[in-house]
Design a protein around this ligand. Structure first.
Ligand code: ADP
Ligand code: MG
Length: 470
């Protein structure tokens, strides 16, 4: 069954990219939640005589997709396929498309999360923390001083003074970093503390899974046994009454038993559509801390620290040049530095202001040309590592294929606008957490092996340069 399905995919290799583009467009129409919940574990099997066959992991998903999304999928896919004609959609059940947890688990040495960090609770396990997101690695400046102090206070005396703590601010300003830093600090103090870091997106997915599979009990037990609850990006909690209510109940139960709750969002509580009034007033009664864009000094300090972490000397005037050009997003700021280092290693040129200007220019071009697509990255990675696309998308775990897959995950995370869930979908239906472990495993390998780090950076830089460079 598996071979047969894969063969068909190989035959029409435009199907998968077309399917992905169709999903992207469907997302605008159907909403993110629908795609994440119902379609991320589905994949296209074949397209013959105007009929698109999609495989879903189980009967419920099949029925739901067919009934609720069949028509929309047929339309968007119809516009993506070569003949640009309307299609019919048929959904079948494919046991292979089942989420990983239902399969016997084989060890996956390079991409397992470190075992000690977080008490796993099976299906509803939280997200492992990223080793980089510690207080030690966080640069304090005017724009984040208050949020940082609040996070420190919470990690010293959880559940006491500042409960709940609500951190909000724009993209790439350090919210996730601070949330995870609290988690790290608490686990350092007590490795057995039940710290759970989770995103709003994942809460929604877990809750819906629990309903779909009649595992509400297990869901509640997992969520309510938590001692420190770190919930990121709560703006992504689906705008659906039952999920909002469940979130409120979970929050309440933890809060009323003095567990520490820390939440992060891209806007203040009063602007969150998802809020129940009761929840909003609870949040506003706790501590709210806004993170703003860092000032120039802080940006330079962040770059300095990052350069040190990469073990390269970068002259201060170069750091200043980058920091002056990119004002509002630390992630982009860091990406530009990494890009500069890639250019330096690619062209064996010194790291100076002229090269920084090139990195910035390329960045501006990139901004204009748009982010990398999953298709481009897959193609480049397959070529670079000499693996076939079907192996990349499969579950093969040999060293070369795993490495190639990790690099694809990493590049997509760095240079596309895909969420973890979307990256997983574009790599053969991997789960959100598999992508996360993959990226973390590669980052660690890159820290240990500078040659690998340079190789990955060069590959990324070449992709971003686009056709001009290849
Ligand atoms: P957000 O969750 O607010 O979108 P993140 O916490 O993911 O932002 O931060 C984006 C990137 O910038 C991360 O790599 C993070 O480590 C880094 N970063 C943000 N703020 C700081 C800071 N003050 N010091 C060091 N690194 C930072
Ligand atoms: Mg974040």
């Amino acid at each position: 069954m598996e071979n047969q399905l894969r063969l068909q995919i190989d035959e029409g290799d435009w199907i998968r990219p077309a399917w992905e583009r169709a999903l992207q467009r469907a997302e605008r129409r159907l909403g993110r939640e629908a795609i994440q919940t119902w379609l991320r574990d589905a994949h296209p099997v074949s397209f013959k005589e105007g009929v698109l066959v999609i495989a879903a992991p189980n009967g419920t998903a099949r029925d739901w997709i067919e009934k609720k999304y069949g028509r929309a999928l047929a339309e968007v896919f119809g516009e993506e396929q070569p003949a640009a004609q309307p299609v019919a959609v048929r959904v079948v059940v494919d046991a292979q498309a089942k989420p990983r947890r239902d399969r016997p688990r084989r060890p996956e040495p390079e991409s397992e999360p470190p075992p000690r960090r977080i008490p796993a609770s099976g299906l509803f396990a939280p997200i492992p923390l990223n080793d980089k997101y510690t207080f030690e690695n966080f640069v304090v400046g005017h724009s984040n001083r208050f949020a940082h102090a609040a996070a420190m206070a919470v990690s010293e005396r959880p559940g006491r003074h500042y409960n709940p703590l609500f951190i909000y601010g724009g993209v790439g300003l350090g919210k996730t970093h601070l949330l995870q830093a609290i988690g790290h600090r608490l686990l350092e103090a007590n490795p057995r503390a039940r710290v759970a870091y989770i995103s709003g997106e994942m809460f929604t997915a877990h809750f819906i899974t629990s309903l779909r599979e009649s595992r509400e009990e297990e869901f509640r037990r997992a969520y309510r046994s938590v001692e420190i609850w770190l919930v990121d990006d709560i703006q992504f909690i689906a705008d659906k009454t039952s999920t909002k209510q469940e979130f409120f109940h979970t929050f309440n139960e933890l809060y009323l038993t003095n567990r520490q709750v820390v939440l992060a969002a891209d806007r203040p509580p009063k602007e969150l559509r998802l809020m129940e009034d009761r929840l909003r007033s609870r949040l506003e009664a706790g501590l709210m801390a806004e993170i703003g864009p860092p000032d120039l000094e802080t940006r330079v300090a962040i770059l300095e620290r990052r350069a040190r972490a990469e073990r390269v000397e970068v002259p201060t005037d170069v750091l200043l040049h980058l920091a002056a050009a990119i004002e509002s997003n630390v992630r982009v700021l860091e990406a530009t530095l990494i890009r500069l280092l890639a250019l330096a290693s690619l062209s064996r040129a010194p790291v100076d202001v002229a090269l920084a200007e090139r990195a910035l220019q390329a960045f501006r071009v990139t901004a204009a040309r748009g982010p990398l697509t999953a298709e481009e990255v897959r193609r480049a990675v397959c070529e670079h590592f000499s693996v076939s696309e079907s192996d990349l998308l499969s579950d093969r775990r040999d060293k070369r294929t795993s490495r190639a897959r990790q690099v694809a995950m990493y590049l997509l995370r760095a240079h596309s606008q895909c969420s973890l869930v979307e990256i997983g979908a574009s790599l053969g239906g991997k789960s959100h957490s598999t992508v996360l472990y993959g990226c973390q495993a590669l980052e660690k390998a890159m820290r240990d092996d500078p040659a690998l780090a340079a190789e990955v950076r060069r590959l990324g830089a070449r992709l971003l340069e686009g056709p001009a460079h290849s």
